[in-house]
Design a protein around this ligand. Structure first.
Ligand SMILES: Nc1ncnc2c1ncn2[C@@H]1O[C@H](COP(=O)(O)OP(=O)(O)OP(=O)(O)O)[C@@H](O)[C@H]1O
Ligand SMILES: [Mg+2]
Length: 317
């Protein structure tokens, strides 16, 4: 696959605040990449540097397809996190205006506006004022605007985060279609959106990349066997589960201690999630311990840690 974009050591400081701290990433032609991270991770700052709206403090952004002297903006379509529209314009008028701003002549801009309004499912609403559009319709109009000059890469900053479930579905459905035609980089703080749309993910936390790669390989590499355990709400069981969690974590800190076949123990509500390295040995160990203590087990189930567990761990939440 040919690279479309290559970013090296991208850094942005606002005074003493380091918002983005040495990010390296590349986007291959035809790929869909999710930039995933919690609030304040540096997604918008990264995207604004890629689009040329913000000057990096350090680092390089190289667009492979750019001819000498050509503006990177000609390759990019951009939908900001909070796009602003003139509410009194109709969707169609706005699209003609966006086309003319990109250098299309009057008749061309009109033709492209009509075509794109149909493409994003707003054909019937083209003559209505944008002020009366739903959130999902506005985002679809924003996408149409980003596509006006047939960009090679669509950069979308949280395109579905502010939408209700219906608007979210509409926009994700449209993006499923658009990603067949153009490369896409989109940011989100919701892992599920990344999983639904993208093959590759770049997880950022506090301005740095915490994990990156294809979702399939990340899922495969980081999948760990896990035992979920819950008890009846009697004081003895609750006290044991808290003491057990502390004991495992303390043992882990002391390298000289003999560890049970258990890696980590986390409490999620009433449940213990126990990451283990050997299911059989861990199950045996737990059953013996719980029988000895006469604990009232409600549930013991065997499974695997999910991508959600990993995401929460790498972003430290
Ligand atoms: N112009 C600015 N001046 C000072 N600090 C800024 C500026 N822009 C962003 N920051 C800080 O940089 C950090 C990263 O912000 P950014 O908006 O890139 O995060 P984000 O991942 O897009 O978050 P969100 O999910 O809330 O949109 C934050 O701590 C933010 O407060
Ligand atoms: Mg943001």
């Amino acid at each position: 696959m040919t690279e479309l974009l290559e970013v090296k050591g991208l850094t942005k400081s606002f005074g003493l605040m380091q918002a983005v701290n040495g990010i390296n990433l590349s986007i291959a032609e035809g790929s869909c990449v999710a930039l995933l991270g919690p609030n304040g991770a540096g997604k918008t700052t990264t995207i604004r540097m890629l689009t040329g709206l913000l000057k990096p403090t350090a680092g390089s952004i190289i667009f492979q397809h750019l001819k000498k002297g050509e503006d990177p903006k000609t390759l990019l379509g951009y939908l900001p996190q909070s796009p602003a529209f003139h509410p009194w314009m109709s969707g169609y008028e706005y699209m003609v205006y966006a086309g003319e701003l990109c250098g299309l002549r009057g008749s061309e801009a009109k033709k492209r506006a009509k075509e794109l309004m149909e493409r994003v499912g707003l054909g019937n609403a083209a003559k209505r004022r944008i002020g009366g559009y739903s959130g999902g319709m506005k985002q679809r109009l924003g996408l149409a605007q980003a596509l006006v000059h047939r960009p090679k890469l669509l950069i979308l900053d949280e395109p579905v985060s502010a939408l209700d479930p219906i608007g979210r579905r509409e926009v994700l459905h449209l993006l499923q279609e658009l990603k067949k035609e153009t490369s896409v980089l989109f940011s989100t703080h919701v892992l599920h959106d990344a999983e639904e749309l993208c093959d590759d993910v770049v997880i950022i936390s506090k301005g740095s990349i915490a994990l990156q790669g294809s979702l399939a390989s990340i899922r495969h590499e980081h999948r760990k066997p896990m035992i979920e355990l819950s008890f009846e709400a009697d004081p003895k069981s609750l006290a044991w589960s808290e003491a057990f969690r502390r004991r495992v974590n303390l043992l882990r800190e002391d390298a000289s201690m003999q560890l049970p076949p258990i890696e980590t123990v986390e409490k999620h509500g009433d449940e213990l999630r126990i990451i283990v390295n050997n299911i059989d040995a861990a199950r045996q160990f737990l059953l013996e311990e719980m029988t000895k203590e006469r604990l009232k087990i409600n549930k013991l189930s065997i499974g695997h840690s999910s991508l959600e567990d990993l995401f929460m761990k790498v972003v430290g939440q």
